[in-house]
Ligand binder design. Structure first.
Ligand SMILES: NC(=O)c1ccc[n+]([C@@H]2O[C@H](COP(=O)([O-])OP(=O)(O)OC[C@H]3O[C@@H](n4cnc5c(N)ncnc54)[C@H](OP(=O)(O)O)[C@@H]3O)[C@@H](O)[C@H]2O)c1
Length: 388
């Protein structure tokens, strides 16, 4: 990759020099030297240093984030790709970034670590999220230039990873784009697979209710549940997502914005497994009709305006509910190998389906965060920062 960049630089410089010589010659001939040399400089800009665009945490949102206010796109920094010090680390060109609901929890004042687990973003500093990049230079043993790395990446075009051991060197099945490795074949897919395997205790013929079924977590949960022979009731907030949920096997798929959740559950339940991604009123309804198992995967209805307290915890006693909250990171050591062999291969072969909502350009990050929190994303939200 760096060779390619250097090649282009050389090419540009060679073009610059030969063009300059030519210009001087023609200047001698026609007296247009000054104006022509200005144009030549404009066309053949030397490469280093170059702009390194970043997305900065600018202000704590009151409720929903405001693109351009709570996060801002900044172009004030430059980077010299060939000479910047790595101090034993690696230089990464960021290719794709995942935009996830949990990022809202990091747009906060310092504190609240117990509730959010991840520390807040630092005001004035770049955001970070799961991403994939290509290594341009490396001083770290075992990570070569040209390798692809996955992990928590900064929201900037180029970054130096001082501790590359935190990143995973990734090989790709060529049938899957890199972006899938931060979606269905990445953290959201893992969340569904690992959480389901660990806690659902699913048995053939049981009934599951899966919320946000059109997103990457819910869609994978639907497909894993169907593999286990479970009847799936799934909800989402648009007709497009309802259609997709039916395509991937949901037995009952409905739009919670136009259909009464209680009516659907009363007709199609009772439910044995409740996969809760939403919280709030949803949780109360699911609780009321749930039999033994319930998985608390997320509470997105409260991420911007505050998570509602559980209304009637006595139901847990009365119905002998098993309520499991979990974070995917804690299940990874146990299930990572099975996930790769059982899920990633099925995604590559087309047996498992996924949807993506890809936005091009780092400057759009703020809009995509808002889309995920408002539910206007149509699939796994990804920002493509650069093409290789
Ligand atoms: N426990 C873990 O380790 C873990 C890991 C990853 C994700 N999660 C959780 O899993 C859930 C889904 O994540 P994802 O990445 O798959 O998200 P996603 O589907 O890509 O995006 C979030 C979706 O949530 C829905 N939503 C937003 N506000 C809502 C509201 N007030 N009521 C109902 N639905 C609302 C929207 O879909 P609709 O069109 O359906 O409204 C939106 O598209 C989130 O709660 C997330 O925090 C947990």
């Amino acid at each position: 990759m760096l060779e390619k960049e250097i090649y282009h630089t050389r090419h540009r410089l060679t073009g610059f020099l030969s063009s300059r010589n030519h210009t001087k010659a023609s200047a001698r001939n026609d007296g247009l030297f000054v104006s022509t040399i200005v144009i030549t400089f404009g066309l053949f800009t030397p490469m280093a240093p170059i702009q390194n665009g970043r997305v900065l945490f600018n202000a704590v949102p009151e409720d929903y984030p405001v693109p351009g206010e709570t996060t801002v796109y900044d172009t004030s920094e430059t980077i010299d790709l060939e000479n910047v010090s790595l101090n034993g680390g690696i230089l990464v060109k960021v290719l794709v970034l995942s935009i996830d609901p949990y990022m809202r929890g990091r747009l906060r004042e310092p504190g609240g670590e117990i509730l959010h687990r991840m520390p807040p973003f630092v005001l004035g500093q770049p955001l970070a999220s799961g991403g994939i990049g290509v290594v341009l230079r490396s001083e770290f043993p075992g990570v070569e230039a040209g390798a692809h790395v996955r992990g928590l990446l900064l929201h900037q075009e180029y970054m130096i990873a001082p501790n590359p051991a935190m990143l995973e060197v990734l090989e790709r099945d060529t049938r899957l784009d890199w972006s899938i490795y931060i979606g269905a074949a990445g953290m959201p897919g893992e969340t569904a697979f690992m959480g389901w395997r660990e806690y659902s205790d699913a048995k053939k013929g049981e009934v599951a209710f899966i919320t946000t079924g059109g997103g990457p977590v819910g869609a994978m949960a639907i497909q894993i549940a169907k593999q286990d022979g479970v009847k799936v009731i799934a909800s989402a907030g648009s007709e497009e997502k309802v259609k997709f949920m039916k395509e991937i096997g949901a037995d009952v798929a409905f739009n919670y914005k136009t259909t009464d959740v209680r009516e659907v559950l009363a007709k199609e339940g009772p439910i044995d497994i409740y996969w809760d991604n939403v919280g709030g009123g949803y949780t109360r309804r699911g609780h009321g009709i749930c039999q033994p198992a319930r998985e608390e995967c997320g509470q997105i209805s409260g991420y911007n305006t505050g998570v509602k307290p559980m209304k009637n915890p006595m139901l847990i006693v009365a119905k002998s509910l098993h309520v499991h909250g979990f974070l995917v990171g804690s299940l990874r050591p146990k299930y990572a190998a099975t996930f790769n062999s059982e899920v990633v291969s099925k995604l590559a072969s087309g047996e498992f389906k996924y949807t993506e909502d890809v936005t091009h350009g780092l400057e759009k990050v703020g809009d995509v965060i808002l889309a995920v929190l408002k539910g206007t994303n149509t699939g796994k939200a990804v920002v493509r920062v650069a093409i290789e």
